[in-house]
Design a protein around this ligand. Structure first.
Ligand code: CA
Length: 227
């Protein structure tokens, strides 16, 4: 399937040049020149990635980004900031931009960022299911089934594994696990994560002293390794 990129840029020459280069890389590119047309384009095209300029007619890139995230759309956004717009860059990242590139930039730099961002997003997408230690986890139904039937795991236990499996082989900090599983405002503590991991280890038969899958990284968090 072709990767769709929505390019939001109001300088015609720059937009044309970037679109040509992105097309040469095999991407399906749509160009929008006004900020107030982005949400419609996103709805129509479901892009895999958005390259978003900040200074735009109609609606600023930052406002567009805010609208996108408020609507719950997680589409990766690479922001283009003018030189010296440090505030915009910081605000943009706070609003949920995934990366930024200060203007002026070399086209190959933009292409490299686009590639890296797409790769990162693909990796961060958790699988729908995973089998470890003979236990099959269904991350949509939030169930776990072992050889002897359903495991005694809570949906939160399974969500913790889902987060770890979305970042396979990486250390995931306990605070990030809490944030993803319980949300920022929850009462959960770091100890809560340990309890979920303990339950998961029990279910899959992983020895905490010599773990095969669920590794404790002292002072940092947890890491899942699966073959
Ligand atoms: Ca502009």
């Amino acid at each position: 399937m072709t990767t769709r990129i929505l390019l939001v840029e109001d300088e015609p020459a720059l937009a044309r040049g970037l679109a040509d280069n992105l097309q040469d890389e095999g991407y399906d590119v749509r160009v929008v020149a006004r900020g107030d047309q982005v949400m419609d384009a996103v709805r129509d095209d479901r892009p895999d990635l958005i390259v978003l300029d900040i200074m735009l007619p109609g609606r600023s890139g930052l406002d567009v980004l805010r609208d996108l995230r408020a609507s719950g759309d997680p589409v990766p956004v690479l922001m283009l900031t003018a030189k010296g717009e440090l505030v915009d860059r910081v605000v943009g990242l706070e609003l949920g931009a995934d990366d930024y590139l200060p203007k002026p930039f070399a086209v190959r730099e933009l292409l490299a960022r686009v590639r890296a961002l797409l790769r990162r997003t693909a990796l961060a997408r958790p699988p729908d299911e995973l089998t470890i230690g003979g236990v099959r986890f269904d991350f949509r139904a939030l169930t776990a089934t072992g050889p002897d039937g359903p495991c005694e795991l809570t949906p939160h236990d399974i969500l913790v594994l889902r987060v770890l499996s979305a970042h396979r082989s990486e250390v995931v900090r306990r605070v990030d696990i809490i944030e993803e599983v319980c949300g920022l405002d929850s009462e959960a503590t770091l100890r809560t994560v340990d309890n979920h991991v303990m339950a998961l280890r029990r279910a899959i038969g992983d020895d905490p002293r010599r773990p095969r899958w669920l590794h404790t990284v002292r002072g940092e968090g947890y890491r899942l390794t699966v073959e």
